[in-house]
Design a protein around this ligand. Structure first.
Ligand code: DLL
Length: 443
């Protein structure tokens, strides 16, 4: 089933024309209405008339999160503040949050995007839909809520946290679909098992997981735990929120970008040059329909590639790969590029490890070092009795994990195994990386 088949299967040539028209309008609007963009365009010697089709997008300057910070709170708006019906933001670990705004029409378009995304992931009107993403400034909860209501679902706005209540509601209301961060949904499964319940008995048929990097191995773990099909959903507040791209249940391979609303590019983060279709680099988005907060060539910091082959679901919108990680999280260890999220695959493939891990990054001299903290399973800890790092079985497992990491990533990593339950559990986006390098910037 498709939500908007005429848009989702639009021939590429027609889609290109639609995108070009919308790009031209967007560029004119921001130039006229947002002093920030006028200055930026002037500084780069770009005039709105230079942009006639999507091919010209490469002439436009980039924007970044820092621009949102500097224009905080309302400097990026292309409408009067009174036309903004809602504010969202991202938590931002440093200083002020990033604030974004939506007009009534923006909310409508966003709801349509999310409704479309839910259907793409296997949802249908009438389904009970359990929303675990946080409600509030974060775009996850309300973004999914409005999309699900628009679709005509029975929405359960649980938000994150209070895990025993999540379990009760899932058991009693029997949602066909759930949406949440993969790390927290995994914790719900763990809690169910601790309560003596089988998550697979809950009858959930599909899960829409995103807002943080996750791996194919995590998909398998979640699918097996609940007996559901897991789809990856991508989005970011600066561009809209969830629903920018979603995997289809037919292929479960790559996320269809809502190309009637967003123009996507992949660039080399170092040179900022566009990369050929299929190459891995930084995702860049230009919005095509947004009123309150159009974005021009927004550099996401997220690393992925575009998949040029048509999809077997029949949708013509280009697919992007799973996000490999964020540029800031990429480590260069003795010349090898490593994303901490790549370690997830290793952890989940070792039977004695629980799917809970963190990566500590530090710097010794001029070298980056990484240490994987991973929990052993209850079964492993139970079998050896008293868990301590010097226990022979623990040492052996530590060695095996380090070998597996070396084999998969090509670099030597420290490994520290932890007791079951020792690492913090997430109720939203998991904190996977502890970067100690910033503590000593001068080292
Ligand atoms: O995380 C929006 C969202 C909500 C997406 C619910 C999906 C589901 P922000 O808080 O602004 O918005 O964070 C955006 O999260 O730049 C990525 O680094 C990361 N991210 C989002 N989705 C994925 C995903 C929401 N599927 C930032 N895989 C983005 C990997 C993701 N990373």
């Amino acid at each position: 089933m498709m939500y908007q088949p005429e848009l989702e299967t639009m021939p590429r040539e027609a889609l290109r024309r639609l995108q070009s028209e919308r790009l031209v309008e967007t560029v004119q609007r921001v130039y006229e209405r947002v002093p920030f963009y006028r200055r930026l365009f002037d500084h780069h010697g770009v005039k709105p008339e230079d942009i006639r089709s999507v091919d010209d997008v490469v002439k436009l300057p980039f924007t970044r999160k820092k621009d949102f910070r500097e224009q905080y709170p309302f400097g990026m708006l292309a409408v009067d503040r009174t036309e903004v019906v809602r504010i969202h933001g991202s938590s931002g670990t440093k200083g002020k949050p990033t604030i974004v705004g939506y007009t009534r029409r923006d909310i409508e378009n966003w709801s349509e995007c999310v409704a479309r995304a839910i259907v793409t992931a296997g949802g249908r009107p009438g389904d009970v839909f359990h929303v675990i993403y946080g409600y509030g400034l974060f775009t996850g909860g309300l973004g999914f809520h409005y999309g699900a209501e628009r679709l005509g679902m029975t929405v359960v706005p649980v938000s994150g946290g209070n895990t025993p209540r999540q379990v009760t509601l899932i058991e009693d209301l029997r949602p066909r679909g759930i949406a949440g961060t993969p790390s927290y949904v995994l914790n719900i499964a763990e809690t169910m098992r601790q309560m003596g319940k089988d998550p697979a008995a809950s009858g959930v048929e599909y899960g829409i997981f995103g807002a943080e990097p996750w791996s194919e191995e995590m998909r398998r773990t979640l699918e097996q735990a609940f007996g559901l099909k897991a789809m990856d959903v991508y989005g970011l507040s600066e561009v809209m929120g969830p629903g920018v791209a979603i995997e289809c249940i037919e292929a479960q391979e790559g996320l269809h970008v809502a190309e009637d609303h967003f123009l996507v590019e992949v660039i080399d983060p170092a040179t900022r040059n566009p990369l050929p279709l299929g190459a891995t680099g930084e995702l860049v988005f230009t919005s095509l329909t947004k009123e309150a907060l159009p974005v021009i060539r927004y550099r996401t910091g997220d690393v992925a590639s575009l998949i040029p082959e048509p999809c077997r679901c029949g949708r013509t919108h280009v697919r992007m790969s799973r996000i490999k990680g964020r540029i800031d999280d990429m480590l260069i260890i003795r010349g090898v590029n490593v994303f901490p999220s790549e370690m997830e695959a290793v952890v989940l493939n070792i039977e004695e490890l629980a799917p809970h891990y963190q990566v500590v990054v530090d710097r010794v001299g001029t070298l980056d070092t990484i240490t994987l903290l991973a929990e052993v399973t209850e079964a492993f800890a139970g079998a050896i009795g008293d868990f301590h790092p010097e226990h022979e079985a623990v040492l052996r497992l530590t060695h095996r994990v380090a070998e597996a990491l070396k084999h998969t990533l090509g670099v030597t990593t420290e490994v520290r195994l932890c007791r079951p339950g020792e690492l913090p559990r997430s109720e939203g986006k998991a904190v996977r990386i502890i970067d100690k390098r910033q503590l000593y910037p001068s080292r």
